[in-house]
Design a protein around this ligand. Structure first.
Ligand SMILES: [Zn+2]
Length: 394
């Protein structure tokens, strides 16, 4: 069988094909004898594209060539298969960068690569090495960029298994029982590895490569990086974000962090002051409430006091044994309310509270000398106040 086009020519973007129907009920798919869409593998995701203008959502090799899973059915017959080229070229940049990084990490630093992930944002390789010093990472990045500048030729070929055994092939984990030829990918003068993926023709096309950071991983180290057009795209995104922050803080980029830290410190101080003033205000409200004439002490606040309305009501009646306090406050989701009875008041506060809650259209709970609850709105506050007034007067 001849090689699929994506393997023979990774730069091929289109192909004239003959569509044969495939897939099950409600799963539109087409068998194609050949394809420009890489089916995925070796850490590189499967390609996307369009068959006769219909989106290809998955590709897999099979007995009749390659099964292309589709967003909608495509009739049998001749058709045009197109590759999502910007996405594939990005994958080729990341994948070729991975070969380069893996080769240099192994040969110059003695760190073997145990896994590779090509993510939608970042890529990573897992290195069999518990810790890597920042200076070593900088040296690895510089070594990789020197090979990008050198523009090393990258080429793939198939060789017989016996021949591969004679070559200095950097070993990749191969599926057990695999027979037939091996596909080798060579970065001239740097690396020879087995791989089925798609690669650039030259390391110069990697454009740029930036190591971003590490995290510990099962006794090894996961190294995150980006390559190719992603470097410029990420820089543009970060520039935009920094620009927005500069406008927000009215500051230059070098001072941005210090300005933000100062603003956060100011905010924390303002919050401490607000809590202290809130406490003072609650003291004042409790005193004012306790000084009101008559046995019913009534107060409405625009926001819940520190400790809630029940604490305020209890403080108000502490010095007024004969009084009943009714305190309400506007809250984010309606009204909070509380009743507190002085020590000589002979009222069943649980019963009165339940009645007040019913009049307010809310609910609550309490016993002895205290009741608290919430209501959806202050609409029936006057009626509830009237009820409490009649109770304490009676
Ligand atoms: Zn590869």
């Amino acid at each position: 069988m001849s090689l699929p086009t994506y393997e023979r020519d990774p730069y091929a973007r289109e192909l004239a094909v003959e569509v044969r129907p495939g897939g099950g009920e409600g799963e539109p798919a087409a068998w194609l004898a050949d394809t420009v869409l890489y089916p995925g593998g070796g850490g590189q995701p499967a390609d996307r594209g369009w068959l006769a203008g219909v989106e290809v959502v998955g590709v897999e090799p099979g007995p009749q060539g390659f099964l292309h899973r589709l967003a909608a059915p495509v009739p049998p017959g001749p058709a045009r298969l197109a590759l999502d080229w910007p996405r594939r070229y990005d994958h080729m940049q990341q994948h070729t960068a991975q070969h380069l990084l893996t080769a240099l990490a192994a040969e110059r630093f003695g760190w073997p690569t145990t896994a590779f992930h090509l993510g939608p944002e970042l890529s990573d390789i897992e290195l069999d090495r518990p810790e890597i010093a920042p200076a070593d990472l900088a040296a690895l990045e510089e070594a990789a960029m020197a090979e990008v500048r050198a523009g090393r030729r990258v080429a793939a070929r198939r060789v017989a298994r016996e021949e591969a055994a004679r070559l200095a092939v950097r070993s990749r984990r191969l599926p057990a029982g695999l027979t037939g030829d091996l596909r080798l990918v060579e970065i001239e003068g740097i690396d020879l590895a087995t791989c089925g993926g798609t690669h650039l023709a030259s390391t110069a096309e990697i454009e740029s490569l930036k190591l971003l950071g590490t995290e510990p991983m099962r006794g090894g180290t996961r190294l995150f990086w980006i390559a190719g057009g992603r470097v410029r795209a990420r820089l543009a995104r970060l520039e935009e974000r920094v620009g927005a922050l500069r406008r927000l803080f009215d500051s230059g980029e070098p001072e941005l962090l210090a300005v933000a830290e100062r603003k956060l410190a100011d905010l924390a101080a303002a919050e401490r002051l607000a809590r202290r003033l809130g406490g003072r205000l609650a003291d004042f409200e409790a005193e004012r409430l306790a000084a009101a004439p008559g046995p019913l002490l009534d107060l409405h606040l625009e926001s819940p006091p520190p400790g809630g309305p029940a604490a305020l009501a209890e403080r108000a009646v502490a010095g007024r044994p004969e009084a009943l306090a009714f305190v309400t406050a506007a809250a984010a989701d309606g009204l909070v309310f509380a009743l507190a009875a002085g020590s000589t008041v002979a009222l069943d506060l649980a019963a009165l509270g339940a009645e007040v809650a019913r009049v307010l259209g809310g609910r609550g709970g309490g016993s002895g000398r205290r009741y608290q609850g919430k209501a959806p709105a202050a609409t029936h506050r006057a009626a509830a106040l009237d009820l409490a007034g009649r109770a304490i007067a009676g």
